[in-house]
Structure formats: structure tokens, C-alpha cells
Design a protein around this ligand. Sequence first.
Ligand SMILES: [Mg+2]
Length: 235
Amino acid sequence: MLLLFDIDGTLMSGATRAHRQALHAALGDVYGLADPAGAHVDPAGRTDMEIARAILLDSGVSAGRIDDGVMDFRAACAREYSRLCPPSLAEFVIAGIPELLEELARRPGVTLSLVTGNLEPIARLKLARSGLGVHFAPGQGAFGSDAEDRTELPALARRRAGADGLPHPRQQTILIGDTPRDIACAHADGVLCIAVGTGPHGSEDLGDADAFAPDPARLRELLLGRLTGSRAAVD
Ligand SMILES: [Mg+2]
């Protein structure tokens, strides 16, 4: 089973300050935006470039200019994040997540991977500084640097987890995330989604998910039920 975890709101909570600062600094560096924080864009569930584009359009930057600066923006954002990221992000890891990942990683036939809107260098540093990086192999997962549209990411993560030239089967894949956008991207690829209530959304916003876990303890029950073939645990 391939388990595709979102990061912010799913594995970690509140570790977004340096990330937001880096994104805003990169918007200033590359596009000359004086006040990126002035545009109010809800970042939850969006890819980094999607957030940047919304801020830029709101600030009157043309789509053509945005596209011309994408590569420079990504590089600047990753560079700024590595400068701004605190030495430890351990305090932002959601309680119960390290134990859950360790338990899942020990199970035969389980592959832990990522689907996140974070640019990959930012995601990797965030996980390394939180102590969770060890569970997520390089070369695996899909990130905001792979596509601006989150709905493209699960299929890409499955391709990277595949064998013999075939993507990992969607029937053997579960995506875990905390926003309606996570649910939408899972379903766009036809994979199961377990929504978690550890981000900004409650169960009332996440009703389209195949299952809902308010906390990592319930997430553990749902995943273990699924891994042992007990569909009833999720259905
Ligand atoms: Mg999230």
C-alpha cells in the first residue's frame, strides 16, 4: 500500500511562518512586490506556485510576467526558506504522528510517500528539521515544484513509486490530507482519501473524503484497518 501524506496540517501544524516569509521574500526579489502580505490568499491545500500566482494576480502582475519568473521564483523561495527555517521544527510535529509513521514504516508492503503543495526543497528541509524526513525516500513523492495544479500530483507520486515501468496501482494507494483540495486531488486520480481534522478544516468541510480522522489515533485505526483488508474500517 502506498500512503501519500500531505505535510502542513497533516504531519505538522503551525510550521508555516518561515515558509510564508520565504514566499513573500521571493515575490519581492523576483517580481518586485512591495507588500505581498497585503494580498489575502488562503494557502491551505494550495501549491506554493498557486499561492504565489494568486498574490501576483491580485497585485496586478500579468500572467505572462508570472510565467516568465516561475523558475527564478522557485529558486528564490527555496533559498529564502533555507535561510529562514528554524534549526528545529520538532515542536510543530502533530502529537502521535512520529509513532504512527514508525509503525507504518515497519509494516511489510507499506510505502510512505508525500503529496504536498510545498516546493520540494522546502518540503524536504521542513521534514528534516522536524525529524520526520527519514520516513520519506528521496526520488519519491510529488511536490508543488512538480506541478502548480495539485490534482496532477497523486498520479505523479504513483508513477515514482511504480515498478517495471508501471505506476503504483491506484487501488493500492491512500492519500491523507487536511483540506478539500487534498480530497479533490485524490479523487481526480481515483485514489482513496482519508481526511484529517488536524488542519484548519473540521469534518463539516471534509465530507467528500472516503473517511475522516479527527486525530492521529483514529487515523491509525483507519489505516491499519485498511492494511489488514478490513474495508469496514474505512467504508
Ligand atoms: Mg495541508
